[in-house]
Design a binder for this molecule. Structure first.
Ligand code: 6PG
Length: 248
């Protein structure tokens, strides 16, 4: 991991516009060599604001949306058309607006398309192994007040899974309880990790996420966001609004 870059914005709207602009620029640059960059989206409220900004600016950008592949770092195991699904909001605000081909969007299976959350996790892992490019161009991650990212929560056994690409949870402390999450091993195969956090409620988790090794609460088990560092050359950026950065 390169030293994290911290970008602080006056408010969530400015944060969302900045992340959207940076993503469009990075995708355009990644396509210069003819590539099809793969990105992993996250769920949550600030992510939804970012999706809206990408959906607004994306159609007129230089990005060739026929060459962008989309994954999710985690997904809730609910019905395909449930508003609780991360994919639903991303499609409505972003993916449908820029017109990414359906076969380039890799959703986690839902309660109406998989027999169980374990089956959904296994299928998603197979799909990533088969259609993944080995590293995301950008992995976006929200962070919870408890320091979770994706659906990797403090003290959860999923944090220690190192022989799977994706895990199934049935006891998520953040509702809904059933989820599929990429594991640290899969999340860390990325050229860039962009954490996005807005609001005073995230300030403590952000501070723990960026604290020096050995600081109180700064283990991966206590603050799972610390477990996503990529490789030694991965770009790590924390996009924060002022309230979320207030404990730094
Ligand atoms: C999920 C998300 C989760 C989210 C954080 C932040 O499926 O719930 O992937 O990891 O990103 O909990 O969510 P908020 O931005 O809504 O606080």
């Amino acid at each position: 991991m390169t030293n994290p870059r911290i970008e602080v914005f006056d408010d969530a709207a400015a944060l969302a516009r900045a992340v959207a602009g940076d993503l469009l620029a990075r995708l355009d640059a990644a396509q210069d060599d003819g590539g099809s960059p793969q990105i992993a989206l996250t769920g949550g409220s600030i992510a939804e604001r970012i999706h809206v900004e990408i959906g607004r600016a994306g159609p007129s950008s230089d990005v060739d949306w026929g060459r962008v592949v989309v994954w999710w770092g985690d997904e809730r195991f609910v019905a395909t058309d449930s508003d609780e699904r991360n994919a639903i909001g991303a499609r409505r605000s972003f993916l449908d607006r820029v017109g990414i081909p359906a076969d380039l969007i890799h959703e986690v299976a839902a309660t109406d398309t998989a027999g169980s959350v374990a089956d959904a996790a296994a299928a998603y892992a197979r799909e990533l192994r088969e259609h993944g490019s080995g590293a995301f161009e950008v992995l976006m991650l929200g962070i919870g007040p408890d320091g979770h990212c994706a659906s990797l929560f403090p003290g959860h056994p999923a944090l220690d899974v190192d022989d799977q690409v994706a895990v199934a949870l049935t006891d998520s402390p953040k509702p809904p309880p059933e989820r599929v999450s990429l594991t640290f091993g899969a999340l860390n195969r990325t050229r860039a990790v962009w954490f996005v956090a807005s609001g005073e409620g995230k300030a403590e988790a952000v501070a723990r996420g960026l604290a020096p090794e050995g600081s109180p609460g700064a283990t991966v088990h206590e603050t799972p966001a610390r477990g996503v560092t990529g490789s030694p050359t991965t770009e790590v950026v924390w996009y924060l609004d002022r309230p979320a950065a207030s404990r730094l």
